[in-house]
Ligand binder design. Structure first.
Ligand SMILES: NC(=O)c1ccc[n+]([C@@H]2O[C@H](COP(=O)([O-])OP(=O)(O)OC[C@H]3O[C@@H](n4cnc5c(N)ncnc54)[C@H](OP(=O)(O)O)[C@@H]3O)[C@@H](O)[C@H]2O)c1
Length: 259
């Protein structure tokens, strides 16, 4: 008989926004230890302490800048010192650089691609030995990329951002195939509009006409939040998600249907 608690339990194992929602979800689902990373150390350590305080597991903050290859190498080295294996890697950090083609600078393009596309690939490569260590066909390790609904539409004003996210979505099946013999599942979550620092400008005045109109464009008539993000991340990393690989899961309340 299938037991629901087995389908969704995760035993073993971002300072704000979607990363913190997923970290909270993993801890609530029974993960022993969850590492989060960010550049601002105070916010990071406060979130790590808050999440540790609300669960039986432990949340550990490792400060660093994932936009640089040195930052990727430093995070990998710290994790190698602390753990002999990892079960789940979520490549979440991303930057929503705006800008139209005419105003595009090399700096903006590189900044976006470095954090949104290059780091997820090379962090996964740097942690591959830890991800492989305990992975089996019955209990595979997981790599998750955080894409965006922006990958599915032509967003002229965030050209670099949407292109980077489309790239991530193409990388997903490529890496899924490359890592299948290592028993590692690779999937992307493509969020629509979620409450976070990145979107604060859009939702912080909930009575504004522009916010109300933006809700009307979303078939679910609301922004996504903690449970929406935590739920899908926990599902992908639990027994319930162990037959998904190379997949992009749109978690957008139907947003992409109304472009
Ligand atoms: N919110 C949405 O509606 C939405 C929709 C679609 C996709 N997404 C994607 O979801 C992911 C998370 O976004 P969010 O909305 O949760 O944004 P957020 O609230 O701004 O959080 C971003 C997190 O990443 C960290 N971070 C940013 N740059 C970093 C860097 N260079 N190195 C290490 N950490 C860094 C931030 O901390 P520090 O600033 O201290 O480094 C923060 O903890 C992104 O990939 C974004 O593209 C979000």
């Amino acid at each position: 008989m299938v037991r629901i608690e087995d389908l969704f339990s995760m035993k073993g194992g971002g300072s704000t926004g979607l990363g913190s929602y997923m970290a909270e979800g993993f801890l609530a689902a029974g993960a022993a230890r969850v590492y989060i990373t960010a550049r601002s150390e105070d916010t990071l350590q406060a979130k790590a302490a808050e999440l540790t305080g609300m669960s039986d597991g432990e949340c550990v903050g490792i400060p660093g800048d994932l936009a640089t290859l040195d930052g990727v190498a430093a995070l990998s080295s710290t994790l190698h010192e602390k753990e002999d294996h990892i079960d789940v890697l979520v490549n979440n950090a991303g930057i929503g650089t705006g800008g139209y083609f005419e105003q595009m600078t090399v700096e903006d393009w590189d900044k976006t691609m470095d954090l949104n596309l290059r780091s997820p690939l090379f962090l996964t490569q740097a942690l591959l030995d830890l991800l492989k260590k305990n992975a089996t066909d019955e209990d595979p390790s997981r790599v998750i990329f955080i894409s965006s609904v922006a990958a599915s539409e032509v967003f002229k004003h965030v050209m670099a951002y949407s292109t980077s996210k489309k790239g991530l979505e193409h990388l997903t099946p490529q890496l899924a195939l490359a890592l299948c013999d290592d028993h590692i599942l690779v999937n992307s979550i493509a969020p629509g509009r979620f409450y976070s620092e990145m979107t604060r400008g859009a939702w912080e005045n909930p009575d504004s006409e522009s916010f109300k109109q933006s809700l009307q464009r979303i078939p679910a008539h609301r922004y996504g939040g903690l449970e929406d993000m935590a739920g899908v991340a926990v599902m992908l990393c639990s027994r319930a998600g162990s037959y998904f690989t190379g997949e992009v899961l749109n978690v957008d309340g139907g947003h992409r249907l109304r472009f």
